[in-house]
Ligand binder design. Sequence first.
Ligand SMILES: Nc1ncnc2c1ncn2[C@@H]1O[C@H](COP(=O)(O)OP(=O)(O)OP(=O)(O)O)[C@@H](O)[C@H]1O
Length: 243
Amino acid sequence: MSLLIDDVTFRYRRRRPPVLDRFTHRTTDGLTILLGPNGAGKSTLLSLLAGISRPNSGRIALGGVESTVRAYRSEVAWLPQHVPASKTLTAREYVAYIAWLKGVDRSTAWENAARVLGRVNLAAEAGKRTAHLSGGQLRRVGIACALAHNAKLILLDEPTAGLDPHQRSVFRALVREVAAETPVLMSTHDVADLAEEADTVTCLLAGRVTYDGPTAGFLTHAATEAAPGRQAESAYTTLMGLV
Ligand SMILES: Nc1ncnc2c1ncn2[C@@H]1O[C@H](COP(=O)(O)OP(=O)(O)OP(=O)(O)O)[C@@H](O)[C@H]1O
């Protein structure tokens, strides 16, 4: 199902320069990664796509459903950059609660929660209160929340931040598996780790697109002298005007 972002402009305050300036994009199936330096507008874009904020102009629609319509939010799963812990809810209760809020019935939400916690390697922590989990474990609870209902689009805001190297590689395998069924749009600073996994790359710089297309095309921006395994970083550096 395709996501249309048509000529979207967004500013946090009137008379301030826009954070996103006439941004247009149509997501394809599979995994799209969103790259850009700090402050480029990646989280802002994802919160617009999650239906949390509204564009000042332009439109966002998923399979023809506009982001301003209530039904849109239950079609989209969103992992924000900061996952708030709960003092009272266990990991399983937390994930089940999010699934229920997205419209899954109680017993299915409870079953789904156990299944997706297993997929993010947290089965052993399912009964622990989220406030007692480590930062990386809480992040994985957030990823589980994004998988716990039948979303038509999954948005992940820096999902690998704070994950240890083993969990990063578990996550890479998981995201490939998930993206084979449901389109995933994910912001990341892990250019080297993730760019080569992606089907599509979108580069943002100060709210404008510097590249939007297949990963193979992105990699052609690498310097000819870039070492093997460093092509993605080199392409990023070129597209961000850092050389
Ligand atoms: N709530 C807010 N109010 C005002 N300005 C904001 C707000 N949130 C973000 N901004 C500004 O919008 C711009 C884009 O921020 P955003 O968080 O979208 O960038 P980002 O690409 O996700 O950055 P990072 O890689 O550091 O997470 C920045 O200049 C930031 O200061």
